[in-house]
Design a protein. Sequence first.
Length: 382
Amino acid sequence: MRFSPFLLDDWLNHYQHSEPPIEYDLAASTGPHWTLRELLALGEKDALEELLDTRIAYTRVEGSRALCEAIAEMEGVHPEHVQVTTGAAEALLLLFSLAAEPGANILVPSPGFPSFYEIPRGLGLEFRFYNLRRENQFRIDLDEIRSLTDAHTKILLVNTPHNPTGSTLSDGDLTSLHDFAVSRGIQFVSDQVYHPIYHGRPTATAARLPNSTVVSDFSKALCLSGLRLGWIVDRDAARIEQCRTAHAYFTVSGTALGEPLATLALRQREKIFARARQVTAANLALLDEFMAEHSATLGWIRPQGGMTAFPWLHSGEDARALCTDAARAGVLLAPGDCFGMPSYFRIGCGAAGEKFPKALARLSELFHSRTTPAAGARAIAV
């Protein structure tokens, strides 16, 4: 098994952990960060004492009872339908590994998170892209989905709210895609790590659909990426048992300290979601103004959910040079070539928090400097 370079993580790892650190991180796809002190303060007064008394030992393979019950309560399922994983990354690895049969193929979105196709590639799975086109507001075309499926299609994966575009599926869209997949004997997988962060029409969890497989985590909507925990929800007893067995082989169990913290977070999730929504909404309003100011140079489709937007350069040029210049100016963006879309770049609206206005001001200065005659050959053409 050989993997291609992980362009996105290589870029983020280089700049997010640089010395001196980057001033303004707009490349991160997470929400406002929490400290351990802040998280413990959300719980009961004895939360720290309980954590200090935690046995540093293996937890249950499926996840602690308390954590599985908290996830099940949120998703509207029974605890036995839940498998705790090492983030959404392991959840996807489990599902792709179980689908990796000779001749099998899966359907994944383009653009999309690199794990959607690089892990299947490494496992020998054929992956087929369905396209989220900006002329269609980054919506899924069910006719295209139909044309891509055959008797060997094992998984139809959707990501809503979508990373990096911020597009969302409606309840009706989710139901239609689920029903189509089920009618063809295809596993319907919904990656909903940004649920329930919406900026317009909300969508109910895909866990309500009887034959869905839901992937989520604590990194995005719950803003606790350092916990490195996620989950799979599946009502199909055989499928969730296969996930449990694979998880036991891959990572044995979750983290003894992470799982009680994750349980606390879910019990206090509305406070965490509220902070994420407030920060993201405020910063998205500022991004509206920024995009209007630079509309001659940039295009975008306003995100309907999640914490990222995916603007593009009208010139069609590769945005990596822009992102490199921005990093030198202290503002980190994520180049679109990390998602197979070179003229785009991803901008996060959550992690920078109250620094977001200053970051946009710095970025605006850069754009003005690049569009003046003095910028010469590096100017961005309209």
